[in-house]
Ligand binder design. Structure first.
Ligand code: BGC
Ligand code: BGC
Length: 855
């Protein structure tokens, strides 16, 4: 199902309003149904007005590939023939969902991208033929010479972040976190080479990969996109993946047939934000910026990576998209980057003073190509005006265009045929070849980390009765995680992976030929006599801020892991294969398993798991080692070698093998030890106070699929206008005025669901102050657990009375919140008639008296 509404949300909120995308979508219905998207909670903003500075001498002067004089001459010649309008078009990238080929020609846009949900056609993903038809259409439009002296072909970008996983039939490799555990740079180059080849099949020129984040806080929803929490593996991999995608600068193979343009992302310190907040703020020293987060860039840049994507995030309060120091002085200056900087999904709109459709600040700071998926047209108009007025100096615009042309020429775009006619294109037999699948399967084997193997229960004998349980066993989509066939991934049938195999398939492939028997019992409820149980379960797919969590407690979803106890009690050994995008606190599951394998997000070659569990070849052993520390408690506090009081359950580098006998792992504590400070408890229970949402929450106006974050002044959406009034301090109250009834005011979270049960175990009431500014009375409806389509889990009507502030109280159970452990959409307020109310101080408090709901 297509996420039409969600697209519009991200228009308004940039990358932050992503929650609604996930939940507005049928195939993620295993995720909480509650939706009310908003900006993820960020700790108090750091108000840095001036750009941060860096001490350039403390950074290495890199040996990036030298400029090619022939290309430079061509760049100058092209540039001299381009109109101002063409130059402005060149620095803008639109998403294929929102731009037609005709518009690409009219506006002479530099690039088209396909976001995670933006496949051509009506389905969430497209066939090779559909991709190629679109690629050809954009390309043909861009080279149409009508009205220009020289036409510059577009390049088409997509997120092939673990193989070309948006294309059915392509090879889906393990996500980066698993590849990091494999710690095999040769393998990485091979994977990248295959990914490039498969991208060419569908007519894509450019992948937004590799992600070379060094995630420090595993609560971040993008942890799995990182190879390691330490810079060593990231640095060793970054250059090899760039070589694999682009070829080697100076060699014949550089950007030759079968290669694509690569993008190192997200520059810089996307993995260093406070609390692991997606798109948040990295409040770290310059030394940490350099020594932890920049190491992968050093090798990627020297390997000739052609583009670098700016991060949504900030460094010490300054958005990367607006930082001259980071983009220009450091990256292009000291580090010698000659390619171009591309923005991230309307990320420029988050720079103070900017909107998605107007942001000279970013270009002036050093961004060369705006990623303006849906906002491109308005952005084009405003950028053209700024170029004419001199607000954007011509020199800067020329420099940006020069960089883009340089990359395009190095890629040979001026001489390339239509995408469908290029060597290696338009041939389904080139996807998921036996060779490619063998590499993916090897990657799965090498990524597995054996955390527990008591009494050497592994390796398993194949000629036995094996019961396979768990919702991950026969579910390639779950094993592949986010960024697979759609942005959030998840929910696809195995048939949607025509060249893939589930973990169950792989087990069958080993056990059945050996004369053993596989009993597949996903829920693990039938009593069977078995020699061993293999349980495959773990996190459901997610991407970006949707995957942010407040702690690392694993919450069983599609499979009840308590079932494992029954097998243990019956004396049947249990082997857990755990699917996850990060280390999680799984002590109860570890206790209930004799062997425990961290399998990360292995992708479409599930058979790699059986290879090692059954040791089908003598050399197959567990060689994966943790590239992220595994937590002893669920608190989620950053846990990295060298961090204060480093006390992991399994340290960075840990991993058992058959070759080395290990001691049995004893019984572990089952206390998750998530302890909130008193202040955190109070904050969690504060939805709105002092004129702003509490730090765990966000406030938005919602209508249909449209969202508008609550502003400090006036906010208007549809028929609802919110202005400020004084309650106990200046402007800490809100006046909600409905001209008509469609729009709701909502408080919820766009990122991690909030576990209110951590703050209080008692039932709670929603308590707030309200009045009717003009006196009289006004009827409102309070609802909870609302989804994008407007349906809510429960609702309660309330009459606000009189011109003086009074307290109102509604049990949250009446709003449909039966489970306090994962609240996303806390409360939405709507009105059934035109009129106004004023509102202030909205908190959760232990229920006073009995819970009585009106209906
Ligand atoms: C992500 C990028 C991605 C882009 C295009 C953004 O939201 O942060 O990693 O490349 O979208 O899909
Ligand atoms: C797109 C993703 C993008 C995200 C940003 C989604 O609609 O499909 O590619 O990263 O929006 O918010």
């Amino acid at each position: 199902m297509k996420l039409q509404n969600g697209k519009r949300i991200s228009n308004l909120l940039g990358g932050a309003a992503i929650l609604a995308l996930a939940t507005g979508c049928a195939h993620v219905d295993t995720v909480s149904e509650e939706v009310e998207a908003a900006v993820p909670p960020v700790a108090e903003p750091l108000m840095t007005e001036v750009d941060v500075t860096v001490t350039l001498e403390d950074w290495p002067a890199l040996q990036t590939p030298a400029l090619d004089p022939e290309i430079e001459a061509k760049v100058e010649s092209l540039l001299s023939k381009m109109t101002l309008e063409q130059k402005v078009g060149q620095v803008i990238q639109a998403d294929n969902e929102w731009v037609t080929p005709e518009e690409v020609k009219t506006y002479r846009l530099g690039s088209v991208l396909s976001g995670g949900n933006s496949a051509p056609g009506d389905e969430p993903y497209a066939t090779m033929e559909e991709w190629l038809a679109a690629a050809d259409a954009y390309w043909a439009a861009s080279i149409d010479p009508e009205g220009v002296e020289v036409a510059i072909p577009v390049i088409w970008g997509i997120d092939a972040v673990h193989g070309h996983a948006n294309l059915a039939g392509a090879t889906v490799f393990p996500h980066n976190i698993g590849l990091g555990a494999a710690n095999n740079p040769d393998l990485i180059e091979e994977i990248a080479r295959i990914t490039a080849r498969e991208l060419v099949v569908s007519g894509h020129d450019w992948t937004f990969a590799p992600t070379i984040a060094t995630p420090q806080d595993d609560r971040w929803g993008r942890t799995y996109e990182g190879y390691s929490e330490r810079p060593e593996i990231v640095a060793a991999y970054a250059e090899r993946i760039v070589y694999g995608l682009q070829g080697h600068p100076g060699d014949e193979d550089f950007l030759a047939d079968g290669r694509v343009i690569s993008s190192a992302k997200h520059y810089l310190a996307d993995g260093g934000t406070v609390n692991g907040n997606d798109q948040g703020d990295a409040r770290i020293s310059e030394a940490e910026l350099r020594d932890i987060h920049a190491q992968g860039y050093f090798t990627a840049l020297e390997a000739g990576v052609q583009t670098v994507m700016s991060s949504f995030s900030s460094w010490n309060g300054v958005k990367m998209h607006g930082s001259h120091a980071m983009l220009t002085d450091l990256l292009k200056g000291r580090l010698g980057f000659n390619g171009f900087v591309v923005g991230d999904w309307n990320g420029h709109g988050q720079v103070p003073g900017c909107t998605p459709t107007d942001c000279p600040q970013s270009l002036n700071a050093g961004l060369d190509m705006y990623m303006a998926p849906d906002s491109w047209k308005g952005l084009y108009e405003s950028t053209l005006q700024h170029a004419k007025s001199g607000e954007i100096p011509m020199e800067r615009l020329d420099d940006a265009v020069r960089r883009i042309l340089r990359v395009k020429l190095a890629y040979g775009i001026m001489d390339k045929a239509a995408p469908s006619e290029r060597p290696g294109a338009n041939d389904l037999s080139l996807l998921g070849t036996p060779e490619a699948r063998a590499v993916a399967r090897q990657a799965v084997r090498e990524s597995l980390v054996l955390l527990k193997n008591n009494d050497s229960v592994l390796p398993l004998a194949a000629d036995t009765t094996v019961v396979v349980v768990g919702d991950g066993a026969d579910n390639i989509s779950k094993a592949a995680g986010g960024w697979t066939l759609s942005w959030q991934g998840g929910g696809y049938a195995n048939e949607d992976f025509p060249n893939g195999q589930s973990i169950l398939d792989g087990i069958r492939g080993v056990v059945e030929p050996a004369g053993g028997e596989v009993v597949f019992d996903p829920d693990g409820t039938s009593a069977v006599a078995a020699d061993v149980v293999i349980a495959v379960y773990g996190e459901d797919p997610y991407a970006e801020g949707i995957g942010d969590v407040n702690n690392l407690d694993f919450r069983p979803n599609g499979f009840d892991t308590e079932r494992l106890e029954a097998y243990k009690a019956a004396g049947i050994p249990v082997v857990s294969v755990f699917l996850s995008g990060r280390p999680l606190w799984v002590n109860p599951e570890l206790n209930d398993s004799d062997a425990f394998v961290a399998a990360w997000l292995p992708g479409s070659e599930g058979a790699g798991v059986a290879d090692v569990l059954f040791q089908t070849e003598p050399e197959y052993d567990f060689t994966g080692r943790l590239s992220f520390s595994w937590p002893r408690t669920a608190s989620g506090a950053p846990l990295n070698p060298g961090s204060e009081d480093y006390d992991p359950l399994f340290a960075y580098g840990f991993g058992l093998s058959y070759a080395s006998a290990a001691e049995n792992l004893g019984e572990l504590s089952e206390d998750p030890e998530i302890v909130l400070t008193e202040a955190e408890v109070a904050e969690m229970l504060t939805l709105f106070s002092g004129g702003a949402p509490g730090s765990y929450w966000s406030a938005v106006l919602v209508e249909g699929g449209q969202f508008a974050p609550l502003q400090s002044g006036e906010t208007r959406l549809g028929g609802l206008t919110i202005t400020r009034t004084d309650y106990s301090i200046q402007e800490d109250g809100l006046v909600l005025t409905w001209a008509d009834t469609g729009t709701r005011f909502a408080i919820g979270t766009g990122g991690a669901p909030v576990d209110v049960a951590l703050a209080t175990e008692e039932p709670v009431d929603l308590v707030f102050m309200a009045m009717v500014p003009d006196g009289g009375s006004h009827e409102i409806t309070l609802s909870g657990g609302c989804s994008l389509d407007g349906s809510c889990a429960g609702a309660e009507s309330l009459s606000i009375e009189g011109g003086d502030w009074s307290e109102y109280r509604v049990p949250v159970a009446c709003l449909g919140h039966s489970d306090l452990t994962a609240i996303r959409s806390a409360v939405a307020i709507s009105s059934s008639s035109a009129g106004s109310i004023a509102l202030a101080d909205m908190v959760l408090q232990p229920t006073a008296g009995e819970v009585v709901c009106s209906d």
